[in-house]
Design a protein around this ligand. Structure first.
Ligand code: V47
Ligand code: SF4
Length: 394
C-alpha cells in the first residue's frame, strides 16, 4: 500500500529516495530537507508529513489549558520583527506588572481547571533573578500543582549575566524556585547571517542552545520555535532545524517544535509581505519530516487562523495552542490572524473533530487530562466544555 502510494506520488529519483527513507523511519539529510522546501510538490511532502505524524501520534491532536502572563511589553532589546521593542522609547503605551499584579492574575484562575501558566515578555532590569525566584515561589505557594512554563534563554542569559552567575547555577536556582519547563521563544533564526539582522543584541544561537542543554541536563523539558517567513532563506530554516535536531540527539529534552509565522504589523519589518498559507503548510510538513526526533509539532492557531490550523493537522501538526481571550499581546500587536482569538474547549474540540482527528486535552508534559468524543462535544450543556481553554485577564 505504502509502496503504491509512494510510486504514484514520487515523481523523481530524489523524491523516491526521500520517501523510502521516511517510510523506513530513517532521517532525511539537509539536502533532502532543502529539496522538500524548494522543489517537491506540496502533495508529496504533505503525504510524508502525515505519515510521520500518524506513526508518532496516530489520530491524536493535543491541546492544553493554560494562561499567559506577560510581565512587560517594554524591552531593552531591539529585535526588528518585534512590536515590543519600539516601546522602550514610548513607555506610555507599555505596562510593567508588579509581583502583586502577577499573583492576582494567577489568583484570577483559582476556580478554573488550568494546568499551566506561561510567563514570557520583554526584558527589563528590574525583573532579575531574585524577582523571578520570588515570583515562582509565590505562585507555587498559592497553587502548587500549577505548572510554571517560564522565560526563555533571552531572559535567562540577561539576568544571569547581570547577577554574575553561570548558566548552570542560574538554571539550578530557577528549578529550585519552582520552574517546571521552558517555552520555545527567542530562537528566531539561529544562522548569524539572519540573526545579526533581526535580533542582533540578544542571546545568540549558541547561548540559546546551551541554556536549553543545561536545563535538559537538570531533567527539565522545553520547547523550540522558529520565526519564519521574513528575510530568511530555506537554507537558514534547515540550518536552524539541524541545530535543534543535533541537540535533541544529545538530550532528548525538547517536547515540541512550534513554527511561528512572521506577522508584519507595527514593527521595523512591516515593509515585508507575509507568506502565504501554502508556505505555512509546507513549513509544518517539512518540519515534521526533518525533525524526526521531536515527538510533537505545534501550531499556534491565533496567529495563522482557525482554518489554516485545521488544515495543518494534515501537514504534520498534532498539537494546537491557544484558545484565548486575546492572550499573547506580542502577537496581537504584530497582527495575528484572529481578531477575537478565543475558543471554548467545546469549540476547539469541534474544530479538531471536524478534521477527523481525536481531541485530547493534555498537561504540559503531554500526560492525558481528558479525551473528547463526538457525542460529548455535541451535548447541549456541560459547564467544563464551555470554559475557555486558555484565557488572560489582562
Ligand atoms: O520569540 C515576536 C515571536 C515569540 C513576532 O513554547 C513574533 O509553548 C511572529 O515563543 N510575528 C514568543 N512572531 C512566543 C513563543 C511561544 C508562543 C506560543 C507557545 C510557545 C511554547 C512559545 O514570538 C518570540 C518571537 O519569535 N514573535 N514578534 C512577529 N512580529
Ligand atoms: Fe524583546 Fe523578545 Fe521583542 Fe526581542 S522579541 S524585542 S527580546 S520582547
Amino acid at each position: 500500500m505504502q509502496e503504491s502510494i509512494m510510486n504514484s506520488l514520487a515523481q523523481s529519483a530524489q523524491e523516491r529516495a526521500i520517501a523510502e527513507k521516511v517510510y523506513a523511519g530513517e532521517r532525511i539529510s539537509d539536502e533532502e530537507g532543502l529539496y522538500l522546501f524548494e522543489e517537491a510538490p506540496l502533495g508529496f511532502t504533505a503525504s510524508l508529513a502525515n505519515f510521520v505524524r500518524e506513526q508518532k501520534q496516530g489520530n491524536k491532536t493535543f491541546f492544553n489549558r493554560n494562561f499567559h502572563i506577560e510581565p512587560t511589553n517594554v524591552c531593552i532589546y531591539t529585535c526588528a520583527f518585534c512590536s515590543y521593542s519600539r516601546l522602550i522609547k514610548n513607555r506610555e503605551d507599555g505596562w510593567e506588572y508588579t509581583m502583586e499584579d502577577m499573583l492576582n492574575m494567577v489568583k484570577a484562575y483559582d476556580d478554573q481547571p488550568v494546568t499551566e501558566v506561561h510567563i514570557v515578555g520583554g526584558v527589563l532590569p528590574q525583573y532579575d533573578v531574585t524577582f523571578y525566584e520570588n515570583l515562582f515561589r509565590r505562585i507555587k505557594a498559592h497553587r502548587p500543582e500549577l505548572h510554571i512554563k517560564a522565560l526563555t534563554p533571552v531572559e535567562y542569559h540577561y539576568i544571569f549575566k547581570k547577577e554574575k552567575i553561570s548558566y548552570e547555577e542560574g538554571m539550578k536556582r530557577m528549578k529550585d524556585a519552582g520552574l517546571d519547563s521552558m517555552p520555545g521563544g527567542g530562537a528566531e533564526i539561529f544562522h548569524p547571517e539572519i540573526r545579526d539582522k533581526i535580533a542582533k543584541d540578544k542571546c545568540n544561537a549558541d547561548q540559546w542552545l546551551q541554556i536549553h542543554e543545561i536545563w535538559h541536563e537538570l531533567g527539565g523539558r522545553s520547547n523550540a520555535t522558529i520565526l519564519y517567513g521574513h528575510i530568511e532563506k530555506y537554507e537558514h530554516r534547515i540550518h536552524h532545524m539541524s541545530r535543534l535536531r543535533e541537540l535533541q540527539d544529545t538530550t532528548g529534552g525538547f517536547q515540541t517544535f512550534i513554527p511561528l509565522k512572521f506577522r508584519n504589523k507595527d514593527n521595523e519589518m512591516s515593509y515585508l509581505p507575509e507568506v502565504s498559507v501554502i508556505e505555512d503548510l509546507k513549513n509544518y510538513a517539512v518540519s515534521r519530516i526533518y525533525l524526526d526526533n521531536f515527538d510533537h509539532i505545534k501550531a499556534y492557531w491565533p496567529m495563522i487562523g482557525r482554518t489554516t490550523a485545521q488544515m495543518s493537522l494534515a501537514y504534520g501538526v498534532d498539537d494546537l495552542d491557544g484558545t484565548i481571550d486575546d492572550t499573547t499581546k506580542i502577537y496581537s500587536m504584530a497582527g495575528s490572524e484572529e481578531r477575537n482569538p478565543s475558543l471554548t474547549t467545546r469549540q476547539l474540540a469541534q474544530l479538531i473533530l471536524q478534521t477527523g482527528r481525536e481531541p485530547i486535552e493534555r498537561d504540559t508534559l503531554y500526560h492525558v487530562v481528558k479525551t473528547y468524543t463526538e457525542a460529548e462535544v455535541s451535548e447541549s450543556f456541560n459547564g467544563y466544555l464551555d470554559l475557555p481553554v486558555t484565557n488572560n485577564p489582562v
